[in-house]
Each structure stands twice: as structure tokens, then as C-alpha cells.
Design a binder for this molecule. Structure first.
Ligand code: NAD
Length: 341
């Protein structure tokens, strides 16, 4: 039996992992705590750790896991900006789930866009209070508008298809354009200038940190709509808030937030948040925030559990792990690694 320490467990994770783990020789211990320097000791004696997007996997965490016997870190997510790869190299193998459902995230991005443009988040609250007034709810047609898609990978491509279905003109920016994709690529600056709506579908890297900042916002059309379902730190939150307050930005929908790690996924309704920027953003009538839920569909959760358990099987049997992330070479960083140590 391979012993797995499972961090940041939520009821919906447990349902799928419990359902599928019977077909694998694994024993899972579920911890509710996030993985960080305070909790890494819980994994002592386990061979595998399963972690998620808001776990903080620093060098100190890696060293503690390694000293405790952990040899595989199985990330049950696609993004991996929260791991110190350099520290893990030659100690702990890292796998991820590169594609569990691009549809889940792309469809959530469109759901957010439709909500902020047609203000259904306000209508829902109004009609529950028997307020049937339409004042203040005027939206605009998506048909014919230009949407700028930043990042044309798996999720970006699905999102582009959805947008085309709505009759939108699509512009795209990606440093690695896909020659087989029927879309008009342009520079990021051009995308900012020409788009009525901008949706982010690129990873968080040194190059994309605060991609949306005062300078890029200044290039954008007045009343631009911004959708972020990728990673919070792609957007400089204070610049976004200022753009909303100055009415440069017409609306924003965020499934991710740069300081989300200590806030999202938990019920904070009876505590005072100490993040003024987040509180002000949430209080704006034209800002819609969801709590990093774009991935949360039955299909995605099933695929996450299946792929993660499959990677653990490959690790235990000494096979090449298809979804290993290898920090050492540039190609591996972007695509897939192999057992390099
Ligand atoms: P992917 O690797 O298939 O595609 C990412 C694309 O971004 C690639 O085409 C890449 O070339 C491009 N890219 C890289 N650097 C860029 C840059 N500087 N500017 C513009 N584009 C750049 O990844 P994916 O599966 O489409 O996922 C995209 C992102 O979505 C992930 O990195 C993750 O952060 C986020 N995500 C969010 C959720 C959620 O629940 N909100 C779930 C899954 C993934």
C-alpha cells in the first residue's frame, strides 16, 4: 500500500478520490490543513503528498517532506507556480494534472462574462426581494464585440470556440502562437488597445506577473471588461481597483485573486477580512468575484482523481510519469518531464 498524505481536503475532493482509490493500492489520509511550513511535518512517514493550488511549497517544506520520506508530490491541479522546483529537484518528483477539463474553466469564464455584462448577479438578488425593477440593469450584446484572449492553450482554445459561437471577433496574444488555430494573433499591447473584453488564460510566470497593471490598463478601451480565471497575480489588484474607481474599467470578473491563499475556499462570513483591496473590489457593483471555482465540475473532479492516482501508480511501479514536471530543462517546464533523477 502506498501511503498518501492529502492536504487541503474538501468534501468534494474526498468523494472522488474515495470512489476511485479502490482500484489502486493506496491508502489516503486526508488532512484539512493546507500544506505549508507549519504543517509539512504531518506528512512524515508518507511516500506521497497530494497538494493543491493554495498550498505553499517552499524549500523548507520540500526539505521537511523529503526528510520525512516523501518522494512524490502529486499536485491535483494544472498550475504549479506555488512550488520551489529548484529545491525539489533530485529529491522529490512532482506531477500535476495538466488537463482535467478545459471546458470547466472556459465555461466558467463565459458564465462570469455573461453575468457581469447582463448583471444577472444583481437580478438574482433583486427578484428574491420582489424587486422587479430593471433600472440600472442595461447590458450590451456580446455579438460583434472584440474579445482579447491572452493565452491560447487548452483553456484559451475552448474559450475562443465559445466566443466564436456568440458571434464575437476574437484577438489573441500568446508568445507561442498555435499555427493551427484559426484566430488573429497580435501583440499584447494591440490586444489591450482593440478589445472590448479581455480574458486571461495564460500561466503565472515571471513574465506574466502583473501583466494587467497601470500601464496595460491605460492602453485599454474605456469601459473594457476584464475576466481572470487563470491566476490572481496576473493582475495588479490595486491598479484594477483604481481602474474600476476611475470608471476606465467597465466591469471585472475574477475567479482568482493575488492574495487568495489565506481567504478563498473557506467560510469567512463571520470574520473581518484584513484585505482592503479585496473588500473594496467585492463591494463594487460591477465586480463579480468567485472563489477559484472555475475547475469545479463533476467531470473535472473525476479526471483529477483519475489522473493523480494513475501518476501515483506509475511512480510506484518505476515507470516514466507522463505528467511529471521537470524544472531543469525549458521544454520540460512548459510541456511534460520524465524521470530525470
Ligand atoms: P496551457 O499550458 O494549455 O496554456 C497556457 C498558454 O499560455 C500556452 O499556450 C502558453 O504558450 C501561453 N503563455 C505562456 N506564457 C504566456 C505569456 N507571457 N502571455 C500569454 N500567453 C502565455 O494551460 P491551460 O490548461 O490552458 O491553463 C491556463 C491557466 O489556467 C493555468 O496556467 C492556470 O493558471 C489556470 N487555471 C485556472 C483554473 C481555475 O479553477 N480557475 C483551473 C485550471 C487552470
Amino acid at each position: 500500500m502506498t501511503r498518501i498524505a492529502f492536504f487541503d481536503t474538501k468534501p468534494y475532493d474526498k468523494v472522488w478520490f474515495d470512489q476511485l482509490s479502490g482500484d489502486h493500492t493506496v491508502q489516503i489520509t486526508y488532512f484539512e490543513s493546507k500544506l505549508n511550513e507549519r504543517t509539512a511535518a504531518l506528512a512524515k512517514g508518507y511516500e506521497v503528498v497530494c497538494a493543491f493550488v493554495n498550498d505553499t511549497i517552499t524549500k523548507a517544506v520540500i526539505d521537511e517532506l523529503y526528510d520525512g520520506g516523501v518522494r512524490l508530490l502529486a499536485m491535483r491541479c494544472a498550475g504549479y507556480n506555488n512550488i520551489d522546483f529548484k529545491a525539489a529537484f533530485a529529491k522529490i518528483h512532482i506531477v500535476r494534472v495538466p488537463a482535467y477539463s478545459p471546458y470547466a474553466v472556459a465555461e466558467h469564464a463565459m458564465a462570469l462574462l455573461l453575468s457581469v455584462v447582463r448583471q444577472t448577479h444583481h437580478s438574482y438578488v433583486r427578484t428574491r426581494e420582489f424587486n422587479f425593477s430593471l433600472n440600472g440593469l442595461v447590458g450590451f450584446d456580446l455579438h460583434g464585440k472584440t474579445i482579447g484572449v491572452v493565452g491560447t492553450g487548452k483553456i484559451g482554445k475552448v474559450f475562443i470556440d465559445i466566443c466564436k459561437g456568440f458571434g464575437m471577433k476574437v484577438l489573441a496574444y500568446d508568445p507561442y502562437p498555435d499555427p493551427n488555430l484559426s484566430v488573429t494573433y497580435c501583440t499584447f499591447e494591440e490586444l489591450c488597445r482593440q478589445s472590448d473584453i479581455i480574458s486571461l488564460h495564460c500561466p503565472l510566470t515571471e513574465q506574466t506577473f502583473h501583466l494587467i497593471n497601470r500601464t496595460s490598463i491605460a492602453l485599454m478601451k474605456d469601459q473594457v471588461v476584464l475576466i481572470n480565471t487563470s491566476r490572481g497575480a496576473l493582475v495588479e489588484s490595486q491598479a484594477l481597483l483604481d481602474g474600476i474607481k476611475s470608471k476606465k474599467i467597465g466591469a471585472a470578473a475574477l475567479d482568482v485573486y493575488e492574495e487568495e491563499a489565506e481567504v478563498f475556499y473557506e467560510d469567512r462570513s463571520t470574520t473581518i477580512l484584513d484585505d482592503d483591496v479585496l473588500m473594496l473590489l467585492i463591494s463594487m457593483p460591477n465586480v463579480l468575484v468567485t472563489s477559484h471555482q472555475a475547475f469545479l465540475t463533476k467531470e473535472a473532479l473525476h479526471n483529477i482523481a483519475q489522473t493523480t492516482l494513475g501518476s501515483i501508480d506509475s511512480f510506484v511501479s518505476g515507470q516514466v510519469m507522463e505528467h511529471e514536471i521537470c524544472y531543469q530543462c525549458d521544454t520540460c517546464k512548459k510541456v511534460i518531464g520524465q524521470r530525470c533523477f
